[in-house]
Design a protein around this ligand. Structure first.
Ligand code: FAD
Length: 564
């Protein structure tokens, strides 16, 4: 039965898309959005850029107004209205109008919950001190801006090095504020594996950002002049501003109080049509747990894209658009972040996530490769290196995840691989993918093709790969096939240097009774070398990621040791 009255709790990403889609499917239904904040459909993803003055006017953050919803969609938007309770038996909600304090009930035939998530504020001493902010709403951004305007703010501490922390670091840098990031984990950006994050650390530290990794904040203090951030190590940092971005938690209080099922991850349980455990109630966005598209398990993936799609899917199912239900396929956590000119993007699983889920002894049979292609043809000016990691199933070549980092062309490659993952594509598909090419945009062998080719070479047995993680205990001979000049500039411990061009003439210098690991700068010449050696009967592996990856990892280890 098509409902005559739809109520929606939360009027931003998931709620607003659900409302607008619902109207397109039903001209008859009464649709009301309840939003406890002052704005509906605002661009929360744009907030860091508003603080950093890239987005100049606050009004530009307002994607749609209540008036527009009324005039264009005939949707009643009630901002500053807090939904306090859901009564599933009576099919009613209890609402408080925050401007007048009036409490009233509203009946529904269908209810959609899209209350989002909220920033975690750990119960640390001094967490409520003036000058410590989270960034979640337009009023939050206003508070940060007015703090910066009202006093000399030269130093900032960002606690938490995830997406919002990094975007704020970029914005603070634009405002010439010296920024320090404190991260409890051993590396920034949880959506990356540590060796990929190493490039991010290098970029940030060389741009003047200070990093404290593996460092927990235990307290904040303040005096007249400054705030003090106290770390578990006992170290103290003096600062003028603190941005807290230590994670989010789904808002599930309404759902839990209404007796709706809450999943093991702590998000609202929904089926693949976004229906909750009550047949008249639907839930979408950050508040729900979703199926991981690759591993088929429930996860929390708080991102705008999934929230918008889920809102649309809920509407389709509520109003019965089409004979088949519209099913959410799951999410694969495709995400991108820009920081100081660097782009970091990822899709699908990381090795770290696999280990977290399965433990090191029950890991699925996967392989990984690294590559460092240029973002467009090398001969065309301004080619920039992208460092990529591809994770794939050893059994059937299915692509499981990819991470990329670089100054240009990064998100385009991850988007292509994200689509490949959605189609259950294999590395053999990436190898054959036809992508647009002209020198200023890409290469005839696009980085996506190269990733597929390298991985396919591994699966076809053309080459075996060795990994930087195993270098320290390695019994194999390390063969550096770069030029002597490159070798002299820096090389791996105990590496023997035979340039690729001389390899065929010097094969008798190499052992047949010991494994050989070839390497060069990025992994291409050493692949050629591995092919030569393999065809001459040597037991050989190519060090994936080459010398470019290794020093970044070493610098990362040093950074961890130094604590700064
Ligand atoms: P929201 O969009 O947060 O909307 C929930 C709304 O519900 C809120 O406005 C809240 O006031 C309201 N509400 C809650 N409870 C009640 C109640 N009881 N009664 C009435 N109203 C209620 N994602 C990306 O993919 N890319 C990005 O670049 C990105 N950047 C971000 C930057 C920032 C600073 C922030 C804060 C988020 C960012 N996100 C980004 C995350 C993205 O914004 C969220 O994933 C998305 O908005 C979730 O949509 P939602 O509808 O679940 O919740």
């Amino acid at each position: 039965m098509r409902p005559k009255k739809l109520l929606i709790v939360g009027g931003v990403a998931g709620g607003a898309s659900c409302a607008a889609r619902s109207r397109r499917l039903s001209e008859e239904a009464e649709i009301i959005i309840f939003e406890r904040g002052p704005y509906v459909s605002f661009a929360n993803c744009g907030l860091p850029y508003y603080v950093g003055k890239v987005i100049k006017k606050e009004a530009d953050l307002l994607v749609a107004s209540p008036e527009l919803f009324k005039e264009r969609f005939n949707i009643d938007v009630r901002t500053l209205h807090n939904v306090r309770q859901v009564y599933p038996q009576q099919k009613e909600i209890e609402v408080q109008a925050l401007t007048t304090g009036k409490i009233y009930r509203e009946k529904y035939e269908a209810l959609v919950l899209s209350p989002g998530s909220e920033p975690v504020k750990p119960a640390l001493e001094g967490i409520g001190l003036p000058g410590i902010f989270t960034l979640w709403t337009i009023p939050d951004s206003r508070d940060i801006i007015s703090w910066i305007k009202s006093r000399p703010v030269r130093r900032a501490v960002v606690v938490g090095g995830g997406f919002i922390g990094l975007e704020m670091t970029e914005s603070l840098k634009k405002l010439n504020i010296q920024t320090t990031i404190i991260e409890m984990q051993p590396h920034l950006m949880p959506s990356l594996d540590p060796e990929m994050a190493a490039f991010l650390h290098d970029h940030l530290t060389s741009g003047g950002v200070r990093l404290y990794l593996n460092s927990a904040v235990t307290a904040f203090k303040s005096d007249e002049d400054a705030l003090t951030v106290i770390l578990a190590s006992g170290r103290t940092l003096s600062t003028d501003l603190v941005i807290l971005s230590v994670g989010v938690r789904p808002r599930t209080e309404l759902a839990a109080a209404a007796g709706l099922r809450i999943g093991k991850t702590g998000g609202i349980w929904v089926d693949d049509r976004m229906q909750t455990s009550d047949e008249n109630i639907w839930a979408v966005g950050d508040a729900v747990e979703v199926k991981d598209f690759i591993l088929n398990l429930k996860r929390l993936i708080p991102l705008a894209g999934p929230a918008n799609r889920q809102g649309r899917i809920a509407a389709d199912n509520i109003f019965g658009n089409g004979s088949e239900p519209h099913r959410f396929r799951g999410s694969q956590a495709t995400a991108v972040c820009g920081v100081s000119g660097l782009t970091v993007a990822s899709t699908g699983v990381t090795e770290k996530f696999l280990k977290q889920i399965y433990g090191t002894d029950k890991l699925p049979d996967y392989e990984k490769i690294y590559l460092h292609p240029d973002h467009h043809a090398k001969y065309y000016p301004d080619a920039k290196t992208i460092t990529m990691k591809l994770i794939f199933s050893k059994t059937d070549g299915r692509v499981l995840g990819a991470q990329a980092i670089g100054l240009a062309g990064v998100e385009k490659r991850i988007d292509v691989i994200a689509m490949a993952i959605q189609k259950n594509a294999t590395v053999f598909d990436l190898e054959e993918t036809e992508l647009c090419y002209a020198p200023q945009f890409g290469s005839a062998k696009d980085p996506v093709n190269l990733a597929g080719m390298i991985a396919a070479n591994v699966l076809r047995g053309h080459v075996s790969v060795g990994h930087w993680q195993d270098i320290s205990d390695l019994q194999a001979l390390i063969l550096d096939v770069r030029t002597p000049r490159e070798y002299r500039k820096g090389h791996l411990k105990n590496a023997v240097n035979i340039p690729l061009e001389m390899l065929r003439a010097r094969l008798d210098e190499l052992p047949h009774d010991r494994e050989i690991w070839t390497h060069c700068f990025v992994g291409q010449r050493s692949y050629y070398a591995a092919r030569i050696l393999q065809q001459h009967g040597f037991k050989v592996k190519n060090l994936s990621g080459g010398f470019l990856l290794y020093p970044a990892v070493e610098r990362f280890k040093q950074l961890l040791k130094s604590g700064l």
